[in-house]
Write a protein that binds this ligand. Sequence first.
Ligand SMILES: [Zn+2]
Length: 249
Amino acid sequence: MERSIRVQALVLSHNNFGEADRYIKLLTSDRGKISAIARGVRKLSSRKAGHLEPFTWVNAQLSRGNGSAWIIGQVSTLESFSGLVCDLDTTCSAAYVTELADKFTEEEVTSREIYQLTLETIRQLAKGGDEFPVLKAFELKLLDLAGYRPQLRNCVRCDAEIQPCDQYFSNAGGGVVCPGCVGKESGARPISMRSLKFFRYYQRNGFRAVCQVGWPQELRAESDSILGDYLTYILERQINSRVFRRKIG
Ligand SMILES: [Zn+2]
């Protein structure tokens, strides 16, 4: 087992423990998510503290002690994204992004694309401006990378091409259900054709490009609720499947 590694990482969150220590959750470029211990970081004299606040992009040296936990050694800031903490709404959005990144990644399983997407989203949020398109772009790209890309062009039940009229969305089916099949898909809910078009456009185009496109105010509540419910559904299922795996394992 390696004793010491150097990583480039985004700080996702931290938790206090002991008298002056913290567990730091890092999303690294090459090794997925790593939980590491920062010793003495809550002391006033700590030089590391400023580098290990959430949403900071860092270079860090990690080493394994006698136990199996990673300990943070030298750390330096690559970018602190100070714009994020000036505004409470922006701080909440950044916390939402890092929480989703945490939930959709595994400890020490490489997920370079999710790392890049999360970092880019934090960078966009720190710039200021309209957060809504940035968050929708993040959610849709994350679903894609995590293997839950919603199917939006053909009905998830009969595979017929979706016609340009209002449709339905099914969390269990993972996408759009046509009006002809909706009676057979319990839990499907209406989705307007306009929201559906925005979802498709965001799916099809690059992250930075779609962040500039905007999202009409009158569609925001609907889009937010559909994507939010779908993410919640997937996360609950993931958690359940983990519990199930543990039971049979
Ligand atoms: Zn159908």
